[in-house]
Structure formats: structure tokens, C-alpha cells
Ligand binder design. Structure first.
Ligand SMILES: Cc1cc2nc3c(=O)[nH]c(=O)nc-3n(C[C@H](O)[C@H](O)[C@H](O)COP(=O)(O)OP(=O)(O)OC[C@H]3O[C@@H](n4cnc5c(N)ncnc54)[C@H](O)[C@@H]3O)c2cc1C
Length: 468
């Protein structure tokens, strides 16, 4: 066998490709094994990027149809060329996945094409698309195999009538009625896409609010706005059975509280109830690699599994299933292997829902602070009082800052509003640097920008917002 690699990463998603590139930057000899025909993993191929491309296109469509007359712009009839919209999405994906290939070449990372299984610590068995078997040796092996859509028992996904997020990214026509099972970010984003394009969307959620993991004010606020745009919600509702019948699908629903039964008929059903770690087929059981209670690969702070020389990062380990979290872990793992001491502050990892308006959070929610008995103050500021939001005609939502009462340290920031996903970066930076609300309040924020709402919310923590 040839000289071993310093690092072989299994999986070319955001966790894996970043780990390989960072390792190469640090002088390690790195390879990345990916079985898909393109690099970039779930995120670039069937996740973050295609969904954001469709969100952007569908938002433009909705705006052209409804939103421009108040700006004095009179358009003629606005039509939809879905095939062109899909082709644009595909071309964005192709450009970015080829970009990762370019980065591999630039950094001298070898892309080994095929499906990997760990034969033993230090040895990875590779099966190419043509079935050819080979083996590579590695001083360290990183599992970055990501996740896949969780299935609902009894509901067969055919990716035509009953689809996962992957199918919902490529419908060839707008379904007249779309049922979405799950009120998390994937269901809400893809539900928004198809609602804007003309589908009658119903979101079915088991819990009593959408975005159940975020601060409790955010979900209901988003629900009110989406409902105004025509999206229907069935909360506290369980899907007990479902079937595809020819040209439509029928879901049997049951209310969680009362047990009343009802039926929901739709032309397509999107199952978006979460994602599960991809641990199968890697030989983990034979190697004795331990999983945690949730089925993720168990790792220590340096991403080491219980088997020496085998590491894991990204969606396949604990923590939020987010691309930037996977990337941060990819870098940190490579730095660990190169002898550095990187550290990820997990509490400062933001989460964004790219609906309109966007929803973004970092740090703790009010419920979490109450549960742990922390004494905190709240500063809240609405976009209605933010001049730039007025000029843009996008005044929905607010910024909410939670700061510890005694120290004024920022513990959590929760935003619903225009461009919340960009604004949350300031809050993440503040938390990373252990800033106080006063630090944000004293920082000059350009006028007129949406970020002024962040400054005002920070002032509001101390009861001294100027513009509200
Ligand atoms: C519809 C949708 C929208 C999303 N939007 C966002 C978003 O806006 N922002 C965000 O942060 N996150 C988003 N995510 C989540 C994000 O895609 C994941 O958190 C991220 O891709 C995880 O990265 P990863 O590297 O851990 O794994 P993945 O990206 O899942 O990559 C794993 C790769 O490993 C490969 N692989 C698996 N097993 C093997 C094997 N045995 N041999 C060889 N290769 C293998 C797979 O083919 C895959 O390419 C979205 C996900 C979905 C589904």
C-alpha cells in the first residue's frame, strides 16, 4: 500500500471538505472520499444552496406579483417559468460544487471517488462507482458522512407524490395542494417556496407551535405572517397514516390533545420531520465505534471517537445539524491533528430560517434561561421603528436581546425580520467576545441600516431605547 495519508475524510460535505482543505493548509497530506458525483454534500447539492436559490427566485416572483405597485412600479402580467427557475437553481449548485473541486486541486487534496467503509483503524476500503475495490491507509480517519431525512413510519417516500426535501427541491410543476409534515426550518422554507409559487400549503406540526426549538416568541410571530400570506397550519396534530392514491395523497390526522381524527388530501406531501445521522455501511459496529443515545457518533471535545485514530464531525455527531457548525468542526479537527488547540463556542453558533421574514437566533432562549434560574433583562425593538425597514417597506418583526441582569453579558439574541440572517452575525460576534448589551449599545451602527434595530434593542435592555 502507498504511503498513508495524514488524514482521510469520509464525506465531501461542509464538514468533510473543510477538514480536508484545512488539513492541507496545515501541511498534512489529506484525501476526501465522496460517493456522490459532485462534492459539497447535502448542503451544496440538496440542502442549503438549492433551497436558498428557490427561496430567492420565489421571493422575486411573489414581489413582482404583489409588492411593487406601492413603489410606483407597474408591471405587466407576471408569469412563471418553473423549468427556468429550476435550471437556475441547478446551475448555482453546479457552480458551487465545481468550486469545491477547484479548491481541492488548489490545496492538493485528493478526491477519492466512491463509497467508503472503515476496514480497521488506519485502513479505509473504497468501492468505486464501477464496483472496483481498493484500500487507502490513513494516520487519522474522519467520519463526515452527514445525515439523511428522517422517515415517518408507514409513509413511503416515492419522491414524486410523497417527498423528502430532495423531491420538494425539484417538483416539475407547482402542486395545487401541498401538505408539509413538520414545522421546522426545512418545512417552513420549502413550504414558503411553493406557497409563493401558487400552492395551497398546509403545515402539520405535532407540537403546539412552529419552530419549537427557537425562542417561544419567534414561531407564533412567523406563523401569523405566513398565515396572512395564505399558509394554513394544523398545530398539535399527529399524522397517523398516509397513502399515495394515483394523482393525490391522503393523510390521516389526529389531534394530539383530543384524539379527533380528520383527513388531509393533497397533490404532494413533504415529509420534513428532521434528519438522522448517516452511520450505516461504515463498519462502525465491527470496529466498536460507540454511538450516543440519539444514534450520533459519540466524540470527545477533540472529535475523537472511542476508537483511536477515528474521528467524527458534522451532522453525524451531536449538536445542531447546520452547515456552518460542520465547517467549524472540520477546521477545528484539522487544527487538533496539526497539534493546535482550537475551541468551538457552541453557544454562539447561530441558526437561521430563510423564510420571509427571516428568523435568526443565537445563544439561549428565554425558556432556557428561566429553566436554569438565570436572572436576565430583555431588550426588544421593532422594525416598525427602524427607518431603513420603513424605506424598504419591510417592517415586520423585532430584535430581542437577553442579557444577564448582574453582568449585562449578552446571553441570547432572537430576531424575526428582514435580513435577520445577516444581522445575527453581529450578535454571534458579540457572544463570542462575551460582550455586554452596553457594548452593543455603545457601538456606532450606520444610519439608516437594519442593524440599528440591534443597537436599539441593546439600549432597550437598560430601558433607554431612543426611537421607541
Ligand atoms: C433542504 C435542506 C436545507 C438546508 N439548509 C441549510 C441552511 O440553510 N443552513 C445550514 O447551515 N444548514 C442547512 N441544511 C443542513 C446542512 O445541509 C447540513 O447541516 C450539512 O450539509 C452537514 O454537513 P456534513 O458535512 O456533516 O454532511 P453532509 O453535507 O450530509 O455530507 C456528507 C457527505 O458524505 C457522503 N457520504 C456518506 N456516506 C459515505 C460513504 N460511506 N462513503 C463516501 N461518501 C459518503 C454523502 O454522499 C454526503 O455527500 C439544510 C439541509 C437540508 C436537507
Amino acid at each position: 500500500m502507498a504511503e498513508p495519508y495524514d488524514l482521510v475524510v469520509i464525506g465531501g460535505g461542509p464538514g468533510g471538505y473543510v477538514a480536508a482543505i484545512r488539513a492541507a493548509q496545515l501541511g498534512l497530506r489529506a484525501a476526501c472520499i465522496e460517493r456522490r458525483a459532485t462534492l459539497g454534500g447535502t448542503c451544496l447539492n440538496i440542502g442549503c444552496i438549492p433551497s436558498k436559490a428557490l427561496l430567492q427566485s420565489s421571493e422575486k416572483f411573489a414581489e413582482a406579483r404583489r409588492g411593487l405597485a406601492e413603489h410606483g412600479l407597474i408591471l405587466g402580467e407576471v408569469g412563471l417559468d418553473l423549468a427556468a427557475m429550476m435550471a437556475r437553481k441547478d446551475s448555482v449548485v453546479a457552480t458551487l460544487t465545481r468550486g469545491v473541486e477547484f479548491l481541492f486541486r488548489k490545496n492538493k487534496v485528493d478526491w477519492l471517488k466512491g463509497s467508503a467503509r472503515i476496514a480497521a483503524p488506519g485502513r479505509v476500503a473504497l468501492t468505486g462507482a464501477d464496483g472496483a475495490a481498493s484500500e487507502v491507509a490513513a494516520r487519522a480517519i474522519a467520519i463526515a458522512t452527514g445525515s439523511e431525512s428522517a422517515r415517518l413510519p408507514g409513509l413511503d417516500i416515492d419522491e414524486r407524490r410523497i417527498v423528502s426535501s430532495t423531491g420538494a427541491l425539484s417538483f416539475d410543476r407547482v402542486p395545487e395542494r401541498l401538505a408539509v409534515i413538520g414545522g421546522g426550518y426545512i418545512g417552513l422554507e420549502l413550504g414558503s417556496v411553493w406557497s409563493r409559487l401558487g400552492a395551497k400549503v398546509t403545515i402539520v406540526e405535532f407540537l403546539d407551535r412552529i419552530l419549537p426549538n427557537m425562542d417561544r416568541e419567534l414561531g407564533p410571530a412567523l406563523q401569523r405572517i405566513l398565515a396572512r400570506g395564505g399558509v394554513a397550519f394544523k398545530l398539535g396534530t399527529k399524522v397517523v397514516a398516509g397513502r399515495a392514491d394515483g394523482d393525490h395523497a391522503t393523510l390521516e390526522l389526529e389531534s394530539v390533545a383530543g384524539g379527533e381524527r380528520s383527513e388531509l388530501v393533497a397533490d404532494a406531501v413533504l415529509v420534513a420531520i428532521g434528519r438522522r445521522p448517516n452511520t450505516e455501511g461504515l463498519g462502525l459496529e465491527a470496529l466498536g465505534v460507540a454511538l450516543d443515545r440519539t444514534g450520533h457518533i459519540a466524540v470527545d471535545d477533540g472529535f475523537a471517537t472511542n476508537v483511536p485514530g477515528i474521528y467524527a464531525i458534522g451532522d453525524v455527531i451531536r449538536g445542531p445539524m447546520l452547515a456552518h457548525k460542520a465547517m467549524d468542526e472540520g477546521s477545528a479537527l484539522a487544527e487538533h491533528l496539526a497539534g493546535q488547540k482550537p475551541d468551538i463556542y457552541y453557544n454562539a453558533i447561530p441558526a437561521v430560517v430563510y423564510t420571509w421574514p427571516e428568523v435568526a437566533s443565537v445563544g439561549e432562549t428565554e425558556a432556557e434561561l428561566q429553566q436554569s434560574g438565570v436572572d436576565y433583562r430583555v431588550g426588544k425593538f421593532p422594525f416598525t421603528a427602524t427607518p431603513r425597514a420603513r424605506t424598504n417597506g419591510e417592517t415586520e418583526g423585532f430584535v430581542k436581546i437577553l442579557a444577564e441582569r448582574a453582568s449585562d453579558r449578552v446571553l441570547g439574541v432572537h430576531i424575526i425580520g428582514p435580513d435577520a440572517g445577516t444581522m445575527i452575525a453581529e450578535a454571534a460576534l458579540a457572544m463570542e467576545f462575551a460582550a455586554t448589551a452596553e457594548d452593543i449599545a455603545r457601538t456606532s451602527h450606520a444610519h439608516p441600516t437594519l442593524s440599528e434595530a440591534m443597537k436599539e434593542a441593546a439600549l432597550a435592555v437598560d430601558g433607554r431605547a431612543i426611537h421607541a
